[in-house]
Design a protein around this ligand. Structure first.
Ligand code: SF4
Ligand code: SF4
Length: 451
């Protein structure tokens, strides 16, 4: 990667998989209006319980958003990115987006600014995005064929008119491609989000990947459709299912070699706060924030120094682990679910896990390939049986669970399901632990000797 590009992504938890172990993002929900309809979205407000894009607890004015950003920056030293990702469209609700960014940039100039858009209004704002130093933009592109698009986006609102069906999808497609080309020509890093909708665009996303790669997209993030009748979205109500974890992985594996894939997206709420995979949004609702807040850079600055040292150690650990894997001479791959609460280490107890990070080890590398959410097993000191059943289902296809500690009962249940739970590597770097296990598994080493 060119050094100028690395400088842009090295602290961005979404654009760099490595950065996501150390740095956090926050979204402010200042943009409630949207100019298209997607069959998987219903922009829900006042909802603290659902974790998916388009859902927020409270909408903010730009003034409220700035207070919230300062409060979070004072309290969450990992914060490096402010994103506007709805709950509507950041480019359509442009005045609120622009005002918020201008005010935040004045208060905390080193915070990276990032937007997420469906692309329809994007070409109208490219010049201002450049002026405001927004160098990361996400465009959601689910199709490059309007016939497919009409199945996903029933209408758009464009130039004071409502369009439907294939005509609507064609306009959306043309505007998305135009916006993408305009931004890449100006050196802005573009991430494409695509929602994988089985039976609608799952095969078609291979084509989407080719188009966006040709037009210079930096990352392609294929995300599973989230669909549940309780959510009240069109797809939820008609029973359109999302892909299973292994179906998503199979598509992502097919796309290898095309536009570079993002595999660590958590499909965050439009008011998410914290490291990816954790959400502290409920700690920073307006009723928790003082009327007057002043930015204090000291915690963020001190944290950056610690991370710089830690990252150096992590790079060395990763490269040694890969050598360990290669030295086995095995061509096998191993899928490992890791319990981690950040820092790139195995540092979470099995009973506290809400999401596993999924790693694949093979002679090609030790890579994060996804995550699986589960219900927390241990609450108030003892384990919930139903949560364990859910965890077992979520761990479909996984061979090893790595965690800092696990009790005898869940360990036995995992073993009975053909999954080895290993807690000998608590607080090690993830890659070091996986490399050691891989060598023991396929290279004739011994786990006990290396633990
Ligand atoms: S563009 Fe975003 S906010 Fe608008 S309907 Fe689609 S998912 Fe919802
Ligand atoms: S939805 Fe994905 S890309 Fe957006 S902030 Fe969350 S992890 Fe990053």
């Amino acid at each position: 990667m060119e050094s100028a590009v690395w400088e842009k992504v090295k602290d961005h938890p979404c654009y760099s998989e490595e950065a996501h172990h150390y740095y956090a993002r926050m979204h402010v929900a200042v943009a409630p209006a949207c100019n298209i309809q997607c069959n998987y979205c219903n922009r829900k407000y006042d909802c603290a319980n659902e974790s998916r894009p388009g859902v927020v607890s409270e909408k903010l004015t730009p003034d409220q958003a700035v207070r919230k950003v300062i409060a979070v920056a004072n309290d969450v030293p990992q914060l490096s990115v402010l994103g506007i990702a709805g709950p509507g469209d950041a480019c359509y609700d442009w005045n609120r987006t622009r005002t918020t960014f201008a005010r935040v940039a004045k208060e905390i100039p080193d915070l990276k600014l990032c937007i997420s858009t469906n692309g329809l209004a994007l070409p109208d704002h490219v010049a201002e995005l450049c002026d405001m130093n927004v160098d990361h933009v996400t465009i959601t592109i689910n199709m490059v064929d309007p016939e497919v698009g009409a199945e996903i986006h029933p209408w758009i609102f464009y130039k004071h008119r409502r369009y439907t069906g294939v005509e609507a999808a064609r306009i959306l497609h043309e505007r998305q491609m135009l916006g993408l080309e305009m931004l890449t020509a100006r050196g802005i890093l573009i991430k494409i989000n695509s929602v994988m909708i089985p039976g609608v665009n799952d095969e078609h996303l291979v084509e989407v990947n080719k188009w966006v790669k040709e037009r210079g997209a930096f990352l392609h993030n294929v995300m599973p459709l989230i669909s549940d009748p309780k959510h009240g979205t069109h797809y939820g109500l008609i029973g359109r299912r999302g892909p299973k974890a292994m179906e998503l992985k199979a598509l992502q594996d097919r796309l290898a070699g095309g536009a570079t894939l993002m595999r660590h997206c958590r499909q965050c709420r439009a008011d998410a706060v914290g490291l990816l995979g954790e959400d502290r949004g409920q700690d920073f609702t307006l009723d928790h924030i003082a009327d007057e807040v002043t930015y204090d850079a000291s915690k963020r600055n001190a944290y950056r120094e610690v991370v710089a040292r830690e990252r150096g150690d992590h790079v060395v650990a990763k490269s040694e682990a890969l050598e360990t894997v290669k030295a086995t001479g095995s061509g096998r791959s191993l899928l490992v679910a890791v319990a981690s609460k950040g820092g790139g280490r195995v540092n979470e107890h099995f009973g506290h896990v809400r999401e596993f990070q999924i790693y694949e080890a093979s002679p090609r590398g030790i890579s994060l390939v996804g995550h699986r959410k589960i219900e927390q097993y241990c609450l108030g000191g003892w384990g919930e049986d139903s949560a364990l059943e859910g965890a077992l289902a979520a761990l479909d296809g996984i061979e090893v669970v790595l965690c800092a500690k696990i009790g005898e009962c869940p360990k036995a249940r995992l073993t009975a399901a053909g999954i080895r739970a290993i807690d000998d590597y608590g607080y090690e770097h993830i890659e070091t632990a996986i490399g050691t296990i891989y060598a023991a598994e396929f290279g004739g080493g011994s786990l006990a000797a290396t633990a």
